[in-house]
Write a protein that binds this ligand. Structure first.
Ligand SMILES: Cc1cc2nc3c(=O)[nH]c(=O)nc-3n(C[C@H](O)[C@H](O)[C@H](O)COP(=O)(O)OP(=O)(O)OC[C@H]3O[C@@H](n4cnc5c(N)ncnc54)[C@H](O)[C@@H]3O)c2cc1C
Length: 374
C-alpha cells in the first residue's frame, strides 16, 4: 500500500461529460475532488446529443439514467432513408436497461445541469475560469500550478479537457488529431410528430437527419462532405444550412422549413483523435475526448467518456497503488476506445465516397460491440 488511500485527493481538469462523471464516480468512492474548468459557468458548447445504450447503462450506475430519460426523449430505432427518399431499413438498437428505451436524445445544457448537480451533491467543488499551467510528479503525488496562481499537490490528476486537451500536452502524451474534410451542422427545431426515433437521410453529396431532444424539441444534423474547416459569419449559418438541405427529397423539406434563425444553428469540423501509447504519466491520466475522440457518426463519444469515469474509479478502488490502478484502467479501455475511433473514421471515409450502404452495417456492428459489458 503506497499510502494514497489516506489521502484520496484528485484534481480534474474540465467540467464536461468526462470530468463531471469521473468526479461523481470518484467522490462516491470517498475521494476529495476539485474540478477546474476554463470556461465561465453556463457555457455548454453544442445543442444536443444522443445518449446511446452504453451511455444510459453507465449513467444508470451513477443513478442518473432515469433523470436523463425524463429530461430528454427516449427512443430505440434509427431509420435510414436512401438518396431517393425511400426507406432503406430500420436498425433497432439493443436495450441495455430493462424496460427502458435503447437511447435518449437530450439538450447539452440539460445534461450538463444534471451532471453538475450530482457532482455538487457528492461534495465535488467546481472552480470556473481556472486551468492548470504546470504539472510535476513529486514522489507518489502530483504537484500542479493553477492559472490563478494556486498550487495543488494531490494523489491523482485527471485531464478531462476535451479533444484539444492541454493536460495531454503538459504530460507529453503524443496524440494524433485528424480532420478528414467533414463539417457537422446542428440546428434546433420543433419536434415533428412523426419523429419518435432517429432518422438519417442519405444524400448527394451530404448526409442529414433528425434526433428528438424532448417532446417539443429536436435537432437537425447535416454532415457536409469535402468541406473547408473555415468559420462562417454567424448570420450566414441558417441560410447556408437551408441551401445545403435544398436538394434532399421528402421529409427533409419539412425539416428545412423548420430551421429558424442562425442563433439556433452551429457548424463544427469533424475531428478525431487518439493518444498513441499510454494515457498516463505517474499519477496523471487523460480520459474522454482528451484520450480518444471519435467522429460524431457513432454518437458514442459521450458513452466512452462516462464509461471512462466509472472504470477509472473502479480500478483505483481495486488496486493498491495509483500506478497499478491507472495501468489496469488503460488496459480495460484502450482497445474499445481505439475500435470506436477507427470505426468512426471508416464511416467518415465511406460517407465521403458516397458508399452509405456500406456504412450502415459498420455502424450496426459497432453499436453491438459497444453494447457488450464494459
Ligand atoms: C457535433 C458533435 C456531435 C456529437 N454528438 C454526440 C452524440 O450524439 N452522442 C455522443 O455520445 N457523443 C457525441 N459527440 C461526442 C461528445 O460530444 C464527446 O465525445 C464528449 O463531449 C466528450 O466529453 P469530454 O468531457 O471528454 O469533452 P468535452 O465535452 O469537450 O468537455 C471538455 C471540458 O473541458 C473544458 N476545458 C477545455 N480545455 C480546458 C483547460 N485547458 N482547462 C480547463 N478546462 C478545459 C471545456 O471547456 C469543457 O467543459 C458529438 C461530438 C460533436 C463534435
Amino acid at each position: 500500500m503506497d499510502g494514497y488511500r489516506g489521502a484520496r485527493s484528485a484534481v480534474i481538469v474540465g467540467a464536461g461529460v468526462a470530468g463531471l462523471t469521473a468526479a461523481t464516480a470518484l467522490a462516491r468512492g470517498g475521494w476529495q475532488v476539485e474540478v477546474v474548468e476554463v470556461d465561465p459557468p453556463g457555457t455548454t458548447a453544442g445543442w444536443g446529443l444522443c445518449l446511446t445504450g452504453p451511455s444510459l447503462r453507465a449513467l444508470d450506475e451513477l443513478g442518473l439514467a432515469e433523470t436523463c430519460l425524463a429530461a430528454g426523449y427516449g427512443m430505440s430505432s434509427i431509420t435510414h432513408i436512401d438518396v431517393n427518399g425511400k426507406p432503406a431499413g430500420t436498425v433497432e438498437l439493443p436495450r441495455l436497461l430493462p424496460r427502458r428505451p435503447a437511447m435518449a436524445g437530450i439538450a447539452r445544457p440539460v445534461l450538463h445541469r444534471i451532471l453538475s448537480a450530482e457532482a455538487a451533491r457528492r461534495g465535488v467543488v467546481v472552480r470556473h475560469g481556472v486551468t492548470v499551467t504546470a504539472v510535476a510528479q513529486e514522489g507518489e503525488r502530483v504537484r500542479m500550478r493553477l492559472s490563478d496562481g494556486a498550487v495543488r499537490t494531490v494523489a491523482l490528476l485527471v485531464g478531462a479537457d476535451g479533444i484539444r486537451s492541454s493536460v495531454r500536452g503538459l504530460l507529453g502524451l503524443g496524440a494524433s488529431l485528424d480532420f478528414d474534410g467533414q463539417m457537422v451542422w446542428r440546428a434546433v427545431v420543433p419536434r415533428p410528430q412523426w419523429a419518435t426515433g432517429i432518422h438519417q437521410f442519405a444524400g448527394k453529396p451530404h448526409t442529414t437527419g433528425l434526433v428528438p431532444l424532448s417532446d417539443t424539441q429536436a435537432y437537425v444534423f447535416l454532415t457536409e462532405n469535402a468541406a473547408e474547416p473555415n468559420a462562417l459569419p454567424d448570420a450566414e449559418l441558417a441560410p447556408r444550412l437551408r441551401r445545403l438541405l435544398r436538394d434532399f427529397p421528402g421529409r427533409v423539406q419539412e425539416l428545412r422549413s423548420l430551421i429558424a434563425g442562425s442563433e439556433s444553428v452551429v457548424r463544427r469540423p469533424v475531428l478525431t483523435g487518439l493518444v498513441q501509447g499510454d494515457w498516463y504519466r505517474g499519477g496523471a491520466v487523460v480520459i474522454g475526448d482528451a484520450a480518444h475522440a471519435p467522429a460524431p457518426q457513432m454518437a458514442s463519444g459521450a458513452a466512452l467518456a462516462i464509461e471512462d469515469g466509472l472504470v477509472l474509479a473502479r480500478e483505483l478502488e481495486r488496486h493498491e497503488s495509483i500506478g497499478a490502478g491507472l495501468t489496469a484502467f488503460v488496459r480495460r479501455r484502450a482497445q474499445r476506445c481505439r475500435t470506436l475511433v477507427e470505426t468512426s473514421e471508416a464511416i467518415v471515409g465511406l460517407e465521403q465516397a458516397q458508399r452509405h450502404q456500406e456504412a450502415y452495417p459498420l455502424m450496426d456492428s459497432c453499436h453491438r460491440l459497444m453494447a457488450e459489458p464494459v
